[in-house]
Design a protein around this ligand. Structure first.
Ligand code: SF4
Ligand code: SF4
Length: 230
C-alpha cells in the first residue's frame, strides 16, 4: 500500500470529498470513508494497522525516531479537525441540492491519483507532513493527532462495543503475563499494553489491531481473536 500510495492517495483525500460534495458527487474518498466506518464494525482499526499507506510511511520513520508518542489529550486533536470537516461536507451536499452523481474515479486520471505536476507536489506535501510529525514527535504521532480517517473507525468500534457485535479483538490472560513489558515496547501506537493485560481490558480506541503485542509476547498471553466482548 505504501508503494501504491501515489496511485491511491486521492481515495483517502479529505479535500476531494469536499470538492465532490460541492457538486453533489459521491467521490472515491467518500466511498472509502464509508467502507472504513462499516468495516470497523467488524474489524475495528485493522485498516490502520495493516493497510494504511500513511501508517506505513510513519513506520518507515521508526528507523529515525522510534520514541513513544503518548497521545493523551493530544488524541483529541483529530476530532477538532474531523467534526468541522464533516460539517463542511454536509453543507456542501445541501448547497448542491443533495446527491446528483456517483463517480468513484472523480478527479482521478482513469482511477490514478497522480496525473500532473500539481498532484505530484500535493502528494509530497501530504506525505512530508505525515512523516514530519512522526519524525518530530514520535511513533505514529500523525495517527494520534491529525488523522481524519481514524474517527470513522473509532466511531464504528464504539457502535460495535455498544451492541456487542462479533468482531476482531485482542484478548489477554493476565495469569500468563510475567510483566516483561515486551508488548508495550512493541506497540506502534505507544499504548501501555502491559497495564491493559493486567486489567484484561484490551479495548482501546487508539489500538490498531496490528497484533505486534501478541506476536512478541513470549508467554502467548495476548491473542487476536474474532468474537463478541467477554
Ligand atoms: S509481553 Fe506478554 S508477558 Fe510480557 S508484559 Fe506483555 S503480556 Fe505480559
Ligand atoms: S495494543 Fe497491540 S494490537 Fe493494539 S496497537 Fe498496540 S501492539 Fe498493535
Amino acid at each position: 500500500m505504501f508503494f501504491l500510495f501515489p496511485i491511491t492517495y486521492y481515495y483517502f483525500s479529505p479535500y476531494l470529498i469536499i470538492m465532490g460534495a460541492s457538486e453533489g458527487v459521491i467521490s472515491g474518498s467518500l466511498i472509502t470513508f464509508t467502507a472504513m466506518l462499516i468495516g470497523s464494525l467488524f474489524l475495528g482499526r485493522l485498516f490502520c494497522g495493516w493497510i494504511c499507506p500513511a501508517g506505513a510511511t510513519q513506520e518507515l520513520c521508526f528507523k529515525l525516531n522510534n520514541k513513544d508518542f503518548k497521545g493523551g489529550k493530544r488524541n483529541w486533536i483529530k476530532y477538532f479537525i474531523w467534526v468541522p470537516w464533516i460539517a463542511v461536507i454536509t453543507v456542501m451536499f445541501v448547497q448542491a441540492g443533495g446527491i446528483t452523481a456517483f463517480d468513484p474515479f472523480y478527479q482521478t486520471y482513469y482511477g490514478i491519483s497522480i496525473q500532473d505536476i500539481q498532484s505530484i507536489v500535493l502528494f509530497f506535501v501530504i506525505t512530508g507532513l505525515i512523516a514530519g510529525i512522526a519524525l518530530a514527535a514520535g511513533k505514529r504521532a500523525s495517527c494520534h493527532t491529525i488523522c481524519w480517517m481514524a474517527p470513522f473507525m473509532i466511531i464504528g468500534r464504539k457502535i460495535r462495543n455498544a451492541i456487542n457485535l462479533p468482531a476482531l479483538q485482542l484478548v489477554a490472560d493476565k495469569n500468563e503475563c510475567t510483566n516483561c513489558k515486551t508488548c508495550s515496547r512493541n506497540c506502534p501506537m505507544s499504548l501501555d499494553v502491559n497495564s491493559m493485560v493486567q486489567k484484561e481490558a484490551m479495548e482501546n480506541s487508539e489500538c490498531i489491531l496490528c497484533a505486534n503485542c501478541a506476536d512478541n509476547c513470549p508467554e502467548n498471553a495476548i491473542k487476536l481473536t474474532f468474537g463478541t466482548k467477554k
